[in-house]
Design a protein around this ligand. Structure first.
Ligand code: NAD
Length: 312
């Protein structure tokens, strides 16, 4: 692993990922940390006083780091962190010191390609990868998130990238080329978001017909409808004791993030010419649930509540 790594964006995902990275580094290594909110950076530096170093800007962090990881909310944040001419990573690039830059945020593919192109113009030796993650906050804490890597399987950096990413997670899957890690992630979240709505509706209709929720879930698990949302993240409270739905929809994957990801997936589908019949109505459900007082800020499976599902 490199001796000097930068981590930008120590939010719900980034902080536990940086924590697992810090635990796996050999003595003498450093993690340079930056976030616009100081509290998580200060907490991280207090937890790892020998390893963590606080930086005031993305530029300062990049000047001190061989490898930079970013975990930011949306495309606009990624664009400014990488491309701002004064405070951004691009201002730290020089042709003499090549850098490995890895963006783990879930953003649109066009922004990712734009950022990569501008970084390469500034410094052709720079390597920039999209590597969004799946597995949620719990996966980030447990070090089990999967990385979808935007490169082909013959990329010479793969062994190095895999070693680095596996210090924070499990599977690393090369998806074929630049921005295709993001295309894979958006396709994945589209599928799981739409399944969540279908599962909510199917559970509610069966329960209203008189079937017990647990019996219904066991029917789906044994039949052709079997899927991980019903089995592990069932949106009906009480069916899966460990699921956010059984804990007042607290924890998990915020409904606003699902709205963002379905929106990005619908845009990607439109640009690619995919018919995407369920996307627009699915996006409408997540957009409305994101605004609803009894749903917003809760786990995305709260769409069951938004759709009028029974909660015993
Ligand atoms: P978050 O909002 O908790 O964290 C983002 C962090 O980035 C915050 O600490 C914020 O202060 C910081 N930040 C924002 N702009 C910045 C800037 N210009 N410079 C430096 N720091 C800046 O978000 P999160 O839940 O950690 O998600 C991050 C990304 O990971 C998103 O794209 C999200 O879709 C994706 N993701 C989230 C989950 C999840 O379960 N939360 C799961 C998989 C993927």
């Amino acid at each position: 692993l490199p001796k000097s790594i930068g981590f930008i964006g120590l939010g719900a995902m980034g902080k536990p990922m940086a924590t697992n990275l810090a635990r796996s580094l050999p003595p003498g290594s450093h993690i340079h940390a930056h976030d616009t909110v100081e509290a998580p950076v200060d907490e991280f530096c207090t937890s790892f006083p020998d390893i963590a170093v606080k930086c005031a800007s993305a530029r300062e962090l990049a000047e001190k780091s061989e490898v930079v990881l970013t975990m930011l909310p949306e495309g606009a944040h990624v664009r400014s962190v990488y491309l701002d001419a004064t405070t951004g990573i691009i201002a730290a690039l020089s042709s003499s010191s090549p850098k490995l830059l890895i963006d783990c945020s879930t953003i649109d593919t066009a922004t990712s390609l734009h950022v990569k192109e501008h970084l390469l113009i500034a410094s052709p030796k720079t390597s920039y990868y999209d590597a969004p993650v799946s597995g949620g906050v719990l996966g980030a804490v447990n070090g089990t998130v999967a990385f979808f890597l935007g490169c082909c399987s013959s990329d010479p950096n793969i062994p190095h990238l895999t070693r680095l990413l596996q210090s924070m997670g499990g599977k690393v899957i090369p998806c074929g080329g630049p921005s295709l890690g993001l295309a894979a992630k958006l396709s994945n979240n589209y599928l799981s978001g739409i399944i969540t709505i279908a599962c909510s509706e199917a559970m509610d209709m069966g329960m209203r017909a008189g079937i017990d929720a647990r019996v219904l879930a066991s029917v789906f698990a044994a039949g052709t409808a079997q899927n991980a949302i019903c089995d592990v993240f069932n949106p009906v409270p009480g069916v899966c004791p460990q699921a956010p739905s059984s804990n007042g929809y607290r924890g998990g994957f915020r409904v606003q993030l699902m709205r963002k990801d379905i929106g990005l997936a619908v845009d990607m589908a439109r640009r690619g010419g995919s018919r995407n019949a369920l996307g627009v109505s699915g996006l409408g459900v997540y957009a409305a649930a994101s605004e609803a007082a009894d749903c917003k800020d809760l786990d995305s499976r709260v769409v069951y509540r938004y759709l009028g599902g029974r909660e015993e």
